[in-house]
Design a protein around this ligand. Structure first.
Ligand SMILES: Cc1cc2nc3c(=O)[nH]c(=O)nc-3n(C[C@H](O)[C@H](O)[C@H](O)COP(=O)(O)OP(=O)(O)OC[C@H]3O[C@@H](n4cnc5c(N)ncnc54)[C@H](O)[C@@H]3O)c2cc1C
Length: 692
């Protein structure tokens, strides 16, 4: 945009409502800078050319009672002309029954949105009516700017009649509440237009009407009584519409039936929902707003155009629907429960790793997860007399509408072999809600380095796909370098996905495949990027000097070697995040200025431990090991998985007593809960009661 001219305006193009929102999202300075350059009082030539090729233009207006309306003006391409860079002429009239007809008085402010559905291009204008003589509508431009193509579904159109001959239009239906047909049209909509209006005493850079496009997947608008709820996705951060709502909470909405030409015009009041559980649960929503109908008009077969849908916008596809949001909220009530999931698909990712795609069987939604978190699953193989628990990182991205785990078949591994052999499409598996502290925040600016060894690639594929999705959704792509080590190319999983993410990332994601045992005939630069292991030289070669966050996952020895090499480059311990898949935990060297590690209380020399559920007590001494080992030695079989305090599967309520930990535990636990795989009784309390 800025390449078009050297234009920069002296005063802010934003009003206090818009400024308040820009401040809320921390983009105020950036928007002021770019707004002065991209919002102009004239149309660049490419916008003028663009308008002339459109078959319709969306219009925002305000009626004599102060209600905003969103409308369309329609004509064969060429019906819009631009005699100069501050004027448009339209050879069109409002459709019969459109409330716009009453708002075209000279000087009246209008918002215009030229949108080409086949290419997703759109440009905005704020104009004033300059005249309506000779069957032409003349508009004078106040502000002009381009809009990004997000959330626009592509569609092709055909005229079904001459736009100048409206035929015999059906009488407009006026209503003050939604009937079933209107509710259905809105519920199934993937597109609508919204008009807003602000009166600011004739200050042309600030007041006037706006019209804007909103898109999502069908179901993104909720209808409940006379109220619609609409998620607000990441946009251009101008906040023209929401900024207007803040100062004048009224909106005009236009829904259209692309197939039969019906139009539904609504006007009413607006309430902004800045945050809350529904906003959190709606995939992609930054906030939401509620529209309450005051009155509306339905025009049957009003449009002379029909459209056919081509593609959903990639942004729409990574956003949610209200159905999914309500299912996710219902699932929230089951956060602590084991829930059944059906395997809907399996896929071999390498010679040893197989993915299992899971969908809830109980009809409720997926609980959201962070990229890098894990599922605790339980299965009962034929040779087990009770369910066995294991932990698997979610290799799916948070925006996916399924969970996916990717399991390496361990040669002597009981459950991994069972899953590969028995968990076919259609089979069932139980899992608890996603959890874990090892995850990537894609909104952070600092670049991150993901270092994966073997099956330790599972959190990294989730993180890489998440960064790409967030890059698309928010236009902020957290820079990632992925160093992916595998023994052979045959064992390497997700290689092609990483490569295509890197290709599509415009340099934001770099991927390096390291193979320690190349097969005969395989060549570096063709089959992989470099032979060997991850050490100091590899890090130096692939990482420019920068302030990175590091994420490590892989076998114990691999992680320790990578950690030591990173530390040797002068990286702080606090910048290195690691996840172990087994009991081997990383030996860290804390930073010199790190907060002192909270000393664990000393262990008891002896304690009486009561197992309250099982109804017996035993004397514990340090030689008995952890509380898990102690319980197992006395015939109990408590749930557990990692045995290192990382997965949380072994958490048990402690009714009395005091615990201390033998190793650093990372799994979240509630007040009064203890991770028995790593805990022992602490000195100072002679008794302990576990709910076990
Ligand atoms: C937070 C977390 C995330 C994880 N994410 C993943 C993931 O994404 N993908 C994944 O594949 N795994 C993951 N794991 C590991 C997973 O939970 C299991 O530990 C793994 O699948 C092995 O389980 P198993 O029952 O097959 O092996 P087990 O029977 O429990 O055996 C464990 C290990 O001991 C070895 N072993 C077993 N018996 C013997 C024997 N007699 N002699 C010598 N060695 C033996 C096995 O080869 C295996 O390596 C994760 C673990 C944690 C804690």
């Amino acid at each position: 945009m800025s390449a078009l001219t050297g234009w920069e305006q002296e005063t802010s193009p934003f009003h206090p409502g818009e400024i308040t929102f820009q401040e809320r999202v921390g983009k105020r300075d950036q928007m002021e800078l770019s707004g002065r350059r991209v919002i102009r009082p004239y149309m660049p030539q490419q916008h003028r050319d663009f308008f002339t090729q459109l078959p319709f233009i969306a219009v925002g207006s305000v009626d004599a009672d102060g209600w905003p309306w969103a409308s369309l003006l329609v004509g064969k391409p060429g019906f819009i002309r631009s005699p100069d860079d501050r004027a448009l002429e339209l050879d069109a009239a409002p459709l019969p029954g459109d409330p716009l007809a009453g708002s075209l008085n000279p000087g009246a402010p209008l918002g215009l949105l030229g949108i080409e559905l086949s290419t997703r291009r759109r440009n905005r204008l704020n104009v004033r009516v300059a005249g309506t003589a000779d069957g032409l509508l003349r508009f004078a431009v106040d502000q002009s700017f381009g809009n990004c193509p997000q959330y626009i579904q592509t569609r092709d159109y055909d005229f079904v009649r001459d736009p100048r001959q409206s035929g015999t239009p059906a009488a407009p239906e006026r209503f003050a509440s939604f009937d079933d047909a209107t509710s259905d049209l809105i519920r199934n909509a993937d597109t609508f237009f919204v008009a807003s209006y602000l009166e600011a005493g004739g200050h042309s850079a600030i007041d006037g009407a706006d019209v804007s496009h909103r898109g999502g997947r069908p179901g993104f608008v909720r209808v409940a009584g006379n109220t619609l709820t609409i998620p607000d996705f990441a946009g251009n951060n101008h906040f023209n519409t929401l900024g207007n709502f803040l100062l004048n909470p009224k909106a005009g909405l236009l829904f259209m039936d692309f197939e039969n030409g019906d139009l539904v015009f609504l006007t009413g009041t607006v309430e902004i929902i800045h945050d809350g559980p529904e906003v959190d649960a709606f995939m992609g929503a930054e906030r939401a707003w509620q529209f309450t109908l005051d009155h509306g008009i339905r025009l049957a077969d009003a449009l002379p155009i029909r459209w056919t849908l081509n593609d959903f916008s990639p942004n729409s596809l990574i956003s949610g629907t209200w159905g999914e949001t309500e299912a996710a909220l219902a699932a929230e009530a089951k956060r602590e429960a084991w829930r059944p999931y059906r395997v809907v698909r399996t896929e071999d990712e390498s010679s040893v790793i197989r993915s299992f795609y899971l969908e809830p069987e109980d009809g409720d939604g997926l609980l959201p997860h962070e990229a890098g978190q894990y599922l605790t699953v339980r299965v009962t193989p034929e040779d087990a007399d009770k369910p066995v628990i294991r932990t698997y990182t979610l290799s799916s991205s948070p925006a996916d509408n399924h969970y996916r785990i990717s399991v390496k078949r361990e040669e002597d591994g009981w459950i991994s072999r069972h899953l590969h052999a028995a968990l076919k499409t259609g089979a069932s598996i139980e899992a608890k809600a996603p959890r874990g502290d090892f995850w990537l925040d894609a909104s952070v600016d600092r670049p991150a380095v993901l270092i994966a060894g073997g099956v330790g690639v599972t959190p990294m594929i989730s993180m890489a796909r998440h960064a790409a999705t967030e890059g698309l959704r928010t236009r902020h792509y957290r820079p990632l370098t992925i160093l992916h080590a595998a023994q052979t190319t045959g064992q390497r999983a997700f290689h092609e996905t990483f490569q295509s993410l890197a290709e599509a990332s415009d340099g934001a994601l770099r991927y390096v495949s390291l193979i320690s045992r190349p097969e005969e005939g395989e060549e570096a630069g063709i089959d992989f990027d470099a032979a060997g292991r991850i050490g100091r030289d590899v890090l130096r070669q692939h990482l420019a000097l920068d302030n990175y966050d590091f994420f490590l996952c892989g076998p114990g020895g691999f992680m320790q070697a990578a950690y030591d090499a990173i530390r040797a480059l002068g990286v702080r311990d606090a910048r290195i995040h690691a996840e172990a898949f087994g009991p081997a935990s990383l030996e860290r060297r804390p930073d010199a200025d790190a907060a002192p590690v909270v000393e664990q209380p000393p262990e008891a020399k002896q304690a009486t431990v009561t197992f309250a559920k099982s109804g017996f007590e035993q004397t514990w001494t340090p030689e008995d090991g952890t509380l898990l080992e102690f319980a197992e030695a006395h015939g109990l079989t408590p749930e557990h998985s990692c045995r290192s305090g990382a997965c949380g599967a072994c958490v048990v309520p402690m009714l009395s007593g005091k615990e201390t930990y033998r190793n650093t535990v990372t799994a979240p636990r509630g007040e009064g809960e203890v991770l028995i795989c790593s805990a022992v009784p602490a000195a100072g309390a002679d008794t302990m009661t576990l709910y076990l």
